[in-house]
Write a protein that binds this ligand. Sequence first.
Ligand SMILES: Nc1nc2c(ncn2[C@@H]2O[C@H](COP(=O)(O)OP(=O)(O)OP(=O)(O)O)[C@@H](O)[C@H]2O)c(=O)[nH]1
Ligand SMILES: Nc1ncnc2c1ncn2[C@@H]1O[C@H](COP(=O)(O)OP(=O)(O)OP(=O)(O)O)[C@@H](O)[C@H]1O
Length: 270
Amino acid sequence: MDGRDWATFLLPYEQTVEELKVKFKTMRSELKKREEYTPIEFVTGRVKRLSSILEKAKRLNVKMEDLEQGIEDIAGIRIMCQFVEDIRRVAEYIRARKDLEVVYEKDYITNYKESGYRSFHMIIRYPVQTALGQKIVLAEIQIRTLAMNFWATIEHSLNYKYRESLPDEIRLRLKTAAEAASILDSEMSSIREEILDAQRTFEDNSNTTTQVLQAIHQLYFYHLVNEAIRCQEEFNVIWQRQDMVAMKVLLERVRGMISRAKKGENTDGV
Ligand SMILES: Nc1nc2c(ncn2[C@@H]2O[C@H](COP(=O)(O)OP(=O)(O)OP(=O)(O)O)[C@@H](O)[C@H]2O)c(=O)[nH]1
Ligand SMILES: Nc1ncnc2c1ncn2[C@@H]1O[C@H](COP(=O)(O)OP(=O)(O)OP(=O)(O)O)[C@@H](O)[C@H]1O
């Protein structure tokens, strides 16, 4: 193949990378609008350089005519997430898409590589619409946390600098650094749970508070004016103390009064 042939060979891959980048960036902004939280932090992509394709083909014994099937990452995108849990969620979104087909997955998070490398990879089949019609190309999606990305970027550049001869001492220190990045991810995940827990508790508390106020309001409807006034005073004290256990007890009591009033029974003293 001469230069022009290579340029045309790479065209569908360039289009694939551009389209996939747009699609996942759009997914990020759409999720941001729909929910308060998006599992996608940012997206990058690249088409493999010609020299890198040829090097890899040589290393993997792939013939020139088999490049399209033999090299799966000529088109590649990378999705960065804040938390490890987000990686599973992004993978689910990808599996559910109708505009691509997942060929296989590689979980380098559970089974991290000897180097310490951690990421979740998906090899997909992507139908790209070219001027000459549809062409199905293979592409790689790497999904990783910010910490995994930080480690892999540094490690990649060191490997590039030292080529095959990365000194053992550096290799070992990189492995230790990968462990540290993984611990950082776990720490961040536990904080994430705390944040979500806090949000859930806040929501639960504000629901109870609203329900108590609505129930007290209903007491007036059943002409239980004195009871309503006393319950309101009790509510004010509990609210000041932010005693959510007492708030739930008050809710049950007021509901009991309403239910007895509905049946036409006498209401016991508040
Ligand atoms: N920085 C870094 N990246 C890695 C490492 N291992 C894999 N990767 C990335 O993940 C891609 C796919 O790796 P593999 O799943 O091992 O795929 P492969 O085609 O069998 O192997 P490669 O020849 O390394 O591409 C690579 O092209 C890199 O972008 C690693 O140890 N360090
Ligand atoms: N799927 C991907 N998405 C975005 N960037 C990638 C992806 N894969 C590799 N890169 C980046 O592209 C640049 C060139 O990588 P290149 O394809 O030569 O290397 P590689 O994928 O790490 O190596 P290999 O030849 O072993 O597949 C590097 O900065 C690399 O981090």
